[in-house]
Design a protein around this ligand. Structure first.
Ligand code: SAH
Length: 371
């Protein structure tokens, strides 16, 4: 049988795997057993799965595989941040980043090869867009990182948080991202609470509502501007879903999830969006929302055309927000010596669409994917 005909079991959350087993005449509870073997214990050899019947093991060996993206390079930053380059097919690879900080270990996971959005200050955007990742390729990043870090039930947990903040726009790949996040939450897999799994979006409004209905994890919004004129330029998807619509979607999100709090990310760009007036506008914009703000000092890359705000400007901006009662933190720049910081992930992308051809395609895709 050829490789492509094998069913990759990493593509399934518990519901999907139950369906698969039922379709081959097996009992549904096998799904939980396999998920434990694969995700909790890191076992991929079907022969080692001793609580499965021999017949089932033979079936799995013949028809199934457990195939995460292969790690092709690893870099370690001076500050302990690790970045893996993982191959997802012959031409494409993606990046995944692990950021240890005291007791916490945050894994930053990619959702697409490249990104179809065209945010002006982001290196991933410059790469163009190739394709959506599959569920196996998304959860496979977590699987690989857990193995590389030596995570086992006995040795303890290294990955305490996952953020969908790597390459790509997760809400434009909803159907593959949700089962992957369900595995992150699953007690038999990675067992993370909803507070510790965060999806970050540039503002795909219909996707925010769908997420609330199907998989209400923690939500982060890449805001970056307080008026449409500027946001249209920095985060072009704003032309399709302007600020009033985005903030209304955020209100609906928290209304459906009473304890939810939304994190607003705000990249600090010198003389572009970092004035005290903008801090005031941001306070007004977030009024009435359970919100916290993450200020991200801009991470430069070649040809970016932006500069990072001064430390002083960032502190003044932060203090202004804090004084108004909004919890505001300046995100530490981590892993920038290995280009692993926010907005620096590039992988290798065989782009099918370059900048400027993309905007119309993106809006159409957003509407199609979500409807
Ligand atoms: N597409 C999603 C997921 C990416 S998250 C989203 O936009 O939310 C990556 C975060 O890093 C986003 O908030 C993004 O706006 C921010 N970012 C992108 N480029 C950056 C840069 N050069 N410096 C700092 N932050 C950047």
């Amino acid at each position: 049988m050829s490789q492509t005909a094998l069913t990759n079991l990493l593509d399934f959350d518990v519901a999907g795997l139950t369906g698969y087993f039922e379709s081959i005449g097996e009992r549904g509870f096998r799904a939980t057993q396999i998920i434990k073997w694969v995700h909790q214990l890191g076992i991929v050899d079907f022969d080692a799965m001793t609580n499965l019947s021999r017949a089932l093991r033979e079936h799995l060996k013949e028809h199934c595989e457990i195939r995460p993206p292969a790690i092709i390079a690893e870099q370690l930053s001076n500050d302990g941040t690790r970045k893996w380059l993982m191959r997802v097919d012959n031409g494409n690879s993606i990046e995944t980043v692990f950021i240890p900080e005291g007791e916490r270990g945050t894994l930053c996971v990619s959702s697409q090869v490249g990104c179809p959005l065209d945010c002006a200050f982001c290196a991933t955007a410059r790469q163009g867009f190739s394709r959506n990742l599959t569920t196996a390729e998304i959860i496979g990043q977590v699987w690989q990182a857990a193995r590389a870090l030596g995570q086992t039930p006995k040795l303890g947990r290294h990955i305490t948080n996952v953020v969908m903040m790597g390459m790509g726009e997760p809400l434009l790949n909803f159907d593959a991202v949700v089962p992957a996040m369900r595995l992150m939450l699953d007690d038999n897999a990675y067992n993370l609470s909803r507070k510790r799994v965060t999806l970050s979006t540039a503002g795909v409004v219909p996707g925010i509502d769908k997420l609330a209905a199907h998989c209400p994890v923690s939500l982060a919004i890449s805001l970056h501007a307080t008026n449409d004129e500027l946001r249209d330029k920095l985060v072009p998807i704003n032309r399709s879903f302007p600020l009033v619509e985005l903030l209304a979607a955020c209100k609906r999100y928290v209304a459906n999830n009473p304890h939810a709090e939304i994190t607003f990310e705000y990249v600090m760009l010198k003389d572009v969006n970092d004035s005290v007036g903008e801090a005031r506008a941001l306070i007004r914009l977030l009024q009435g929302l359970p919100a916290k703000v993450n200020l991200i000092p801009f991470n430069p890359f070649a040809g970016a055309g932006f500069e990072r705000s001064s430390d002083e400007a960032i502190n003044v901006f932060r203090d202004r927000l804090s004084r108004s009662g909004i919890v505001t933190v300046t995100r530490k720049t981590r892993g920038d010596d290995i280009a692993a910081a926010c907005g620096q992930l590039v992988g290798e992308v065989q782009a099918r669409a370059r900048r400027h051809q993309r905007q119309t395609a993106t809006t159409a895709a957003a509407t199609e994917e979500i409807s």
